[in-house]
Design a protein around this ligand. Structure first.
Ligand SMILES: NC(=O)c1ccc[n+]([C@@H]2O[C@H](COP(=O)([O-])OP(=O)(O)OC[C@H]3O[C@@H](n4cnc5c(N)ncnc54)[C@H](OP(=O)(O)O)[C@@H]3O)[C@@H](O)[C@H]2O)c1
Length: 404
């Protein structure tokens, strides 16, 4: 039987809800002494997980102290008390956290300019519930495995509102790839792509976190898929996930190749790079083509965050082809999120979706292990080295630990 704990730390009054009471039991239990114990555990300085191992009193997390797109300049590691989950929250012991191109937009304060440092970094994690509030215990219990898309993931422990977390069958990094990267591709193509069988789709940064999913979903829709990337190894990977025409732009001239091989243009572009690649993609649109702006990574490291764009002729080009440019930002499509995740998880379970993870095994200093390797992992992405989703193993299991 599990012990669900809501403990103010270090000697505050504590509630311990004993036994596996869930759902309405857990919610009503506060008033029903006949059905559950509420034990004063104020002597305890620790949360306890269901295996009885202790949660340390302090942990490490990454904090943005200064606004800058230079992640190393903006962010530092801090030791802080392990936070206490609120009534509707989970305390998650992070096992894997995901790196996103926008981690440096976030550290530069571009998401919400009203938020001033210090603030926590990291968008997504997956791990084990080790503590939770009473209301949260209606849906979760200690020991559950969950993934979440929310702020403050670059930490050893993160408090996550239970309603923003997703139960996952196991703590596998593959599930982490779906939270932001997979969901972005799934929802953007579904809502804005208007894909029809036989159409041609161009995916930029195709071998990366979100690009790999765009390639696969476009293939599943019966399209011919072109994917850009920067190495032959990535081109080989793209072939393996069904991309019809990987283009390594380091060895092939992208503009010439598109003009020569696709003279009628491409119907849809899933565009993540921006700047000159955006311009090239606009020039490559077919009549009634749709370009989805997913990002513009080529500008993120600059002071403005925006890559230079000529763009003055954009209205002419769009009009002449009845083409359109459509922006997509995942938080605006949260109503599609659960369906997207459920559907992708099913595809993965059936072996119909590749969720490629790059844990840094081939990185210069080796695998991304421990919170401190988030810095290396961000550099690695911006060096264009990653193949698949960049994931950091925050807390690899010790020899003595059991299931993770
Ligand atoms: N709109 C949304 O809601 C949303 C959500 C998630 C992600 N995104 C966007 O999706 C894009 C990809 O993000 P991700 O997290 O999945 O990253 P990723 O694709 O896993 O990694 C970035 C890739 O972009 C290319 N790249 C890196 N630095 C570059 C630079 N300076 N100039 C040009 N290309 C560069 C590299 O691929 P190659 O070397 O192979 O070209 C690199 O592997 C980003 O633009 C991001 O902002 C948007």
């Amino acid at each position: 039987m599990s012990s669900l704990l809501l403990l103010p730390r270090h000697g505050g009054r504590a509630l311990s809800v004993i036994a596996g009471l869930r759902s309405t039991d857990a919610l009503s239990g506060v008033h029903s002494t006949a059905r559950r114990f509420i034990v004063d555990m104020s002597y305890s300085a620790h949360f306890m997980d269901f295996k009885g191992s202790s949660i340390p009193s302090s942990m490490r997390k990454l904090v943005v102290n200064k606004l800058s797109p230079n992640f190393r300049e903006a962010v530092s590691m801090q030791s802080v008390a392990v936070p206490t989950p609120g009534d509707a929250d989970l305390l998650v012991r992070n096992r894997f956290v995901g790196i996103n191109a926008s981690d440096i937009n976030y550290s530069a304060g571009r998401y919400d300019p009203s938020v001033k440092p210090p603030f926590d970094a990291g968008f997504e994690g997956i791990g084990e519930v080790v503590g939770l509030g009473l209301s949260a215990s209606s849906r979760y219990t200690v020991g559950d495995t969950v993934a979440y898309f929310g702020s403050g993931a670059f930490a050893e422990y993160t408090v996550v509102p239970a309603k923003e977390s997703v139960p996952v069958p196991a703590v596998k990094p593959e599930f982490l790839t779906l939270l932001v990267s997979g969901a972005t591709a799934y929802i953007a193509l579904k809502r804005l792509g208007d894909l029809a069988k036989g159409e041609t789709v161009l995916v930029t940064a195709a071998a990366g976190g979100t690009g790999q999913f765009a390639v696969q979903f476009a293939k599943q829709a019966g399209c011919h898929v072109i994917g850009t990337c920067s190495s032959d190894e990535k081109a080989g990977f793209l072939k393996s996930i069904g991309c019809d025409r990987p283009i390594n732009y380091k060895t092939e001239d992208l503009a010439k190749t598109l003009r020569k091989e696709y003279p009628k243009g491409v119907d849809v572009v899933y565009e993540s790079v921006g700047g000159s690649i955006f311009e090239l993609a606009v020039n490559s649109l077919a009549n009634k083509g749709r370009l989805i702006v997913i990002g513009f990574i080529s500008g993120y490291q600059s002071a403005s965050g925006i890559p230079p764009l000529k763009g003055g002729t954009l209205p002419v080009k769009l009009l002449q082809r009845s083409a359109s440019v459509r922006g997509f930002f995942l938080p605006h499509f949260i109503s599609d999120y659960r369906e997207a995740l459920g559907s992708m998880m099913q595809l993965y379970a059936k072996g119909k979706l590749v969720c490629e993870v790059d844990g840094g095994d081939l990185a210069q200093e080796g695998r991304f292990t421990g919170l401190e390797s988030v810095f290396r992992a961000v550099d690695y992405m911006y060096d264009g080295k990653n193949l698949g989703k960049v994931v950091v193993d925050v807390a690899p299991p010790s020899v003595s630990s059991s299931k993770l």
